[in-house]
Design a protein around this ligand. Structure first.
Ligand code: ZN
Length: 342
């Protein structure tokens, strides 16, 4: 089968033939149809320090996917060949306290599809049946391919009650934009999204109704908030950028006693004015991955009830043109790139 492989000698990825994965009794073989390119894949392409430390080579990469079940292991109940599916890319162990306690997303033995174990940028993917998520009829394969990052956004946005709240989201990447759409969908009052990339803010403004976008390179966030009638500050923050300056602004703008979900990953250690965290009595929660499988249930249900996120897909390419997709991601021109493996 064709697959995008990291061979571990510098930048880039190679499209080449590799064997179709063999499945065990509790696995499913998925014929991959659409995949999304993630920031993680870009780190692997660039072969930065994190990627060199983390990714065993050679490895088929990619973890955002949708397709159809091609074969089932002998001990897999409740799924059928031909069924349209996506799936959770975090493959967990069974022995940790967290896994035994049903807090699957906190399992320290977690291995990432396309990061630690063979991935989805290929014609076929092996996945434990436990991780498979069937797609409802209304959700096509293209949307199925971006459920992983949508799940990040949903996990962050639903961490705190947003009904009637004023929400500040820093970082207008695909996850920040989708988090804004979720905040709007679940009934926040003001949703304000910040970035320094005007094109991304414009796209977000087209995608999410009643969204206030702020280019913090040109506009003052506190003035925008006051113009919206927020005299004191925001009730809930979602940090999606990993930028130290954005985190500083977040601490400035949050009300006393407010809540902050942090998903953006800083490139290194970032100085933080912890006195503000203490004196404001903030609650801070780190967000990694998705809750298995409550986040999946919630996001599918919201997509079925009118949540609109397809607009984050700015580029659709056949898999053979993967290099163009990665170039668009690297230049910042693309928000979300979906590759077609059909
Ligand atoms: Zn991803």
């Amino acid at each position: 089968m064709r697959a995008l492989v990291k061979d571990g000698n510098g930048e880039g990825l190679t499209m080449r033939d590799v064997p179709v994965p063999e499945i065990g009794p509790e696995d499913v073989l998925i014929r991959v149809r659409r995949t999304g390119i993630c920031g993680t894949d870009l780190h692997i392409w660039n072969w930065d320090d994190w990627a060199r430390r983390t990714v065993p080579t050679p490895l088929v990469v990619g973890h955002e996917f949708a397709g159809e079940i091609a074969a089932l292991g002998a001990a897999v109940p409740g799924l059928s060949v031909g069924q349209r599916v996506s799936g959770e890319g975090h493959v967990i162990g069974r022995s940790s306290r967290a896994a035994r306690g049903g807090r699957f997303h906190f399992d320290p033995e977690t291995r990432g599809v396309g990061v630690n174990i063979p991935g989805a940028f290929a014609e076929y993917l092996r996945l434990p049946a436990f991780n498979v998520v069937p797609l409802p009829d209304e959700i096509d394969l293209e949307l199925g391919a971006i459920l992983d990052p949508l799940g990040n956004a949903v996990h962050a946005a639903l961490s705190f009650d947003l009904v009637g709240e004023d929400v500040l989201i820093t970082g207008a990447g695909p996850i920040g934009i989708m988090a804004a759409a979720v905040a709007r969908h679940v009934g926040a009052r003001h949703v304000v999204l910040t970035d320094v990339n005007p094109a991304r803010l414009a796209l977000a403004g087209r995608l999410v109704r009643q969204l206030t976008t702020v280019d913090v390179g040109r506009q003052r966030l506190d003035q925008v908030a006051r113009a919206l009638g927020m005299r004191e500050g925001f009730d809930v923050g979602l940090e999606m950028s990993g930028a130290g300056a954005a985190f500083d602004q977040m601490l400035d703008q949050l009300l006393m006693g407010s809540k902050l979900a942090m998903l953006g990953i800083p490139a290194g250690a970032v100085p933080v004015d912890w006195a503000r965290v203490v004196f404001k009595g903030l609650t801070i929660k780190g967000i990694y991955g998705r809750e298995m499988f409550e986040t999946w249930h919630k996001m599918l249900a919201m997509l079925q009830s009118g949540l609109e996120v397809r607009g984050v897909i700015t580029h659709r390419l056949p898999a053979a043109r993967f290099a163009e997709g990665f170039a668009a991601m690297r230049s910042g021109e693309a928000v979300k790139v979906v590759l077609d493996w059909t």
